[in-house]
Design a protein around this ligand. Sequence first.
Ligand code: DON
Length: 587
Amino acid sequence: MKHTNLFANHSVTFATLLLLGSWLVTCQPAPRSVAMQTTNSATPRKVGIVASQGMVSSAHPLATAVGVEILKQGGNATDAAIATFFALAVVYPRAGNIGGGGFAVCRQANGESTALDFREKAPQKASRDMYLDDKGNAQNHLSLAGHLAVGVPASVEGMVALHKKQGKLAWATLLAPAVELAAKGFALTQHEAKYLNQYSEEIIANNPKSIPQHLVKAEGWKEGDWVVHKDLAKTLRLIQEKGRAGFYEGETAALILKEIQRGKGILSQQDLDNYQAIWRTPLIGNYKKYKVITMPPPSSGGIILLQLFRATENYPLRKWGHNTAKTMHVMVEMERRVYADRSVYMGDPDFYKVPQTMLLNKNYIKSRMANINLTQKTPSQQIREGKVEQIESFETTHLSVVDKDRNAVAITTTLNGNYGCKVMVEGAGFFLNNEMDDFSIKVGVPNQFGLVGGEANAIAPNKRMLSSMTPTILADENNKLFMVVGTPGGSTIITSVYQTILNVIEHQMTMQEAVDAKKFHHQWLPDEVILEEKSFSEQLQKQLAAYGHTISYAPTLGRMDCVLVLPNGTLEGGADYTRGDNRAIGY
Ligand code: DON
């Protein structure tokens, strides 16, 4: 820790912030993007919030406001990201977390980039067949809910590691707003009230009586209800004062283990003691003149994204147009092939040799895509993983931050499901993850996102489960920061990031338009093109069917939080105001 507790010094600022925040949430509609004329088009364009100094975009207006306040206090992008992260743990508890894990991709103003893996891992006592019954049948419910679904919580260690390497302000300063939000309370948004109501039965089923008392309301939550999280405030204060030890040791650790034992889980003090975040070399590839900096394994996101971009360079998507049947068909065919590779070749690189170089090899991708038929789909049963030789020895949230020096941080973090495994640590006030479901619990058995896997992603003690989270940063041909992107969405994260970037580069959308644009998805299996419901015309759907595609629907796809550097150097924040409570604020 760099300084002592600065909480008191900032209480006035943050009290003001809280007042502002509750006003923002309860009284003010989401800031509307301004309609602007562009020089090359007569159509008014929808531009997100524009600011010259810094920008934060996250899943909740209060958390975004916290990040901006830290930037204004002289914090850098890392500081603001950490403060936003902990604020999300309070105001967005179904995904913001201290009981989960995630990834950070960062790019410093001087062009250096780093990637932090703070992914959960399987506890020491985990075993390959732990979710199979006596007859060898997969028991998916056990990897999804309850105490056995919990991977070693990694977020606090991740934030400590980020701060140690790149932070500027004192750790205590960064925790202060989250502590205050938890202790003094905040107003529920309509979305968050709805989700708490929707999950009340599961929360009741998985927790002792004391927990539902403050998470479940008999008459139901509604927008504007004030919530205080006393236990969480105490836990956050311990983290604020003691850093890593405030979570992985002492009172918090004891409460976690007591909770785990109550549900006959397998997480141990040894797991907590041994957990370490890992600095990994970011994956860097190109799309045309842009440099794409993204997350390597144990996320599959970076490899798949770069494979898609390599393949996309061969097709004139700009000419074919945004979300036309022709464009969508070829994107779906590329996605089908790279997701088939995911199921076989990707897993924790510390346990399985991911053939990264080969998967990203230009010739490999060319041959992999060679049998794409531009007029007819290739059914997924006819697609296997590519021939790769080992030539080398549903809840998440994303935040994007850019500071005045143009340092950038992209963090995607998750509990996996909404409210993770639905178990809250009694007395400590936070939900534990259900990340174990991201492993392949049995060859060919789909997880909650329909993803199948095999050996590469089989469970082993201390192994990290494969992820799709894709925090990504782009630089332009002059090596200047261009874009910061990311989203939740399980397996659909990668294709939403891919489309959002293409929307800006190929379809010349503003950041906000790229976020708003309707999304689609294909992941090899199941063999269907998922469309955002009620967003694509009947005619387009008929055209897709004529290519042979089976169509299914999702209520929404992607909930992006992004920042774009405009040609004049100012920043455009793009946040999903319509699919979620996401908010970009700049100064
Ligand atoms: O790491 C992964 O890929 C998943 N655990 C992410 C889960 C997710 O995005 C759920 N959100 N909608």
